[in-house]
Design a protein around this ligand. Structure first.
Ligand code: AMP
Ligand code: MN
Ligand code: MN
Ligand code: MN
Length: 282
């Protein structure tokens, strides 16, 4: 694999198999059109799109690594761990992800009950209409329903006023443990990366504990350049990568042409002194 920091790698994206709106094939075409040379589809808690993504990438001459974004509960907050270069047929990760997905249906019904109480009916059925994979109903699908209903102008507004802590439609949920998520990824032959570390509502001390624990578990990288970080956060997490000895990842976190701030592959390069996560891919 090309070790260069300047390769156009996009190692974080979502399809209709989770909460994206494009098929794996359409994503591959879009990645290709945008000059992506190394791509990973990283659907939430799901590997159902991996074979389609791999084949579509191959047909277009894009290097592909199998990926996933695992929902994890850590100190009462939800964090996301990306697994890259995994064997998407590995039984351990498949079973772990199945368990991680399990509570989503009930959670969705409870979210809808809360929304009903603030005068928003039909949210469960409405969200389900946006979920192309009924096993993976997510807050994004609710957000699209609230936009469709004219309750919010866009999904950004939804995530400021609904579906988040202390707002209507938020239902706390216990996801996978950090230890389990990292071991599923490692057992499946992959490398574990902390997704968008700038997004978590954790104190500096809790973040330090997270980075140390993740490293102890064999976690290798953090996302530095991601669609979920501001340019100043690129700098912050570049320093964190130096400080803790993490490899650096780059990914748009693309979900949809209209919703996502950054398109597939259209991000700045990683800072040159960092070691890219793709230096360890075979
Ligand atoms: P869930 O896994 O059901 O909790 O849904 C999480 C998803 O909601 C994330 O993967 C994002 O796609 C979306 N999301 C969460 N917070 C925001 C936000 N502030 N802005 C836009 N999308 C968000
Ligand atoms: Mn998402
Ligand atoms: Mn995420
Ligand atoms: Mn994501």
């Amino acid at each position: 694999m090309n070790n260069s920091f300047a390769i156009n790698a996009d190692l974080h994206s979502h399809s209709i198999i989770s909460d994206g709106t494009l098929t794996p094939e359409n994503l591959a075409e879009r990645a290709h059109a945008n000059g992506v040379q190394l791509w990973a589809l990283t659907d939430h808690d799901e590997l159902g799109g991996q074979e389609r993504a791999r084949q579509a990438a191959f047909a277009l001459g894009i290097q592909y690594v199998a990926g996933v974004e695992i929902s994890v509960s850590w100190m009462g907050q939800t964090i996301h761990i990306v697994g890259l270069g995994i064997d998407a047929d590995h039984i351990g990760i498949l079973e772990g992800l199945r368990q991680t997905r399990e509570g989503r249906g009930n959670r969705a019904k409870m979210m809808a009950e809360q929304l009903l109480k603030v005068g928003i009916p039909g949210a469960y059925e409405g969200a389900l209409q946006f979920a192309r994979n009924e096993k993976l109903i997510s807050r994004t699908h609710f957000a699209r329903y609230l936009v469709e209903q004219g309750i919010c102008a866009d999904t950004e507004h939804v995530f400021k006023n609904y579906l988040v802590e202390d707002k209507p439609g938020f239902v706390p949920h216990v996801w996978a443990s950090l230890d389990d998520a990292v071991s599923w990824i490692r057992d499946a032959g992959g490398v574990a990366v902390i997704a968008h570390p700038g997004r978590y509502r954790l104190s500096a001390m809790q973040m330090d504990e997270l980075f140390k624990r993740f490293k102890d578990l064999g976690g290798l990288g953090i996302e530095v350049v991601t669609g979920s970080h501001s340019p100043s956060q690129y700098q912050t997490y570049s320093k964190i990568a130096d400080q803790y000895g993490f490899l650096a990842s780059r990914g748009s976190d693309f979900h949809d042409p209209n919703e996502s701030r950054i398109d597939l592959g259209l991000l700045p390069n990683l800072p040159e002194h960092l070691t890219p996560i793709w230096s360890v891919f075979k």
